[in-house]
Design a binder for this molecule. Structure first.
Ligand code: E4P
Length: 212
């Protein structure tokens, strides 16, 4: 399974650049960093060779397509994030004909994911954490999407998004999701286990004892 970093922070991206397979941003994450959106995106694309998602802000198809064409000019690895909905799917259809990679975002059901795939999306992003927040089961939605895509051989890749904890990543991998996009804190936790830390400390202590 591929791991993307869900952040617009250059500091976080630089620290994990050689480990991650891509980056996803959204307007809230970009706003937190300040500066110019296009310049920040260019810099991120220069650090990470894999796909870097950047979201459009327009709400109608023509505006989305216009913004997407501008974003796609910034770097070869830009993936344009388009919000789910009928206007978004019109835009995705057009962009897929133009060969511009898309990530359909704010997906909360398998029917939405079906439309994304039928429209030619490159990636689809079910938001598992936000589904869980509303007493739903985000991983069940991912499971359904994978089954639907498998039934028809859709090539749209599933990015498990809105990841809140390590267990979301474990379940994504068990279900066979293509990608999980994770916040920095979760990405770091994926490397850690208290028994690893304890084991290293113990080995060093024992070694020092022998040397003494
Ligand atoms: C994904 O592409 C989104 O940027 C992100 O996962 C949203 O996560 P949140 O629900 O924690 O804001």
């Amino acid at each position: 399974m591929q791991i993307f970093l869900d952040t617009a922070s250059l500091k976080e991206i630089k620290e994990l650049a050689d480990m991650i397979d891509g980056v996803t941003t959204n307007p809230s994450l970009v706003a937190k960093e300040g500066g110019t959106f296009h310049e920040l995106l260019k810099e991120i694309c220069g650090i990470v060779p894999g796909p870097v998602s950047a979201e459009v802000l327009s709400l109608e198809p023509e505006g989305m397509v216009r913004e997407a064409r501008e974003l796609a000019k910034i770097a070869n690895n830009v993936v344009v994030k388009i919000p789910m909905g009928l206007p978004g799917m019109h835009a995705v259809k057009q962009l897929s004909q133009e060969g511009i990679a898309t990530n359909v975002t704010l997906v909360f059901s398998s029917t939405q994911a079906l439309w994304a795939a039928k429209s030619g999306a490159t990636f689809v992003s079910p938001f598992v954490g936000r589904i869980d927040d509303r007493a739903g089961d985000g991983m069940d939605v991912v499971d359904e999407i994978l089954e639907v895509y498998g039934n028809y051989g859709y090539e749209t890749e599933v990015i498990v998004a809105s990841v809140r904890h390590v267990r979301h990543v474990v379940e994504s991998a068990l279900l066979g999701a293509d990608i999980a996009t994770v916040p920095y804190k979760v990405a770091r936790q994926l490397f850690e286990h208290p028994l690893t830390t304890e084991g290293i400390d113990q080995f060093l202590k024992d070694w020092k004892g022998v040397q003494a």
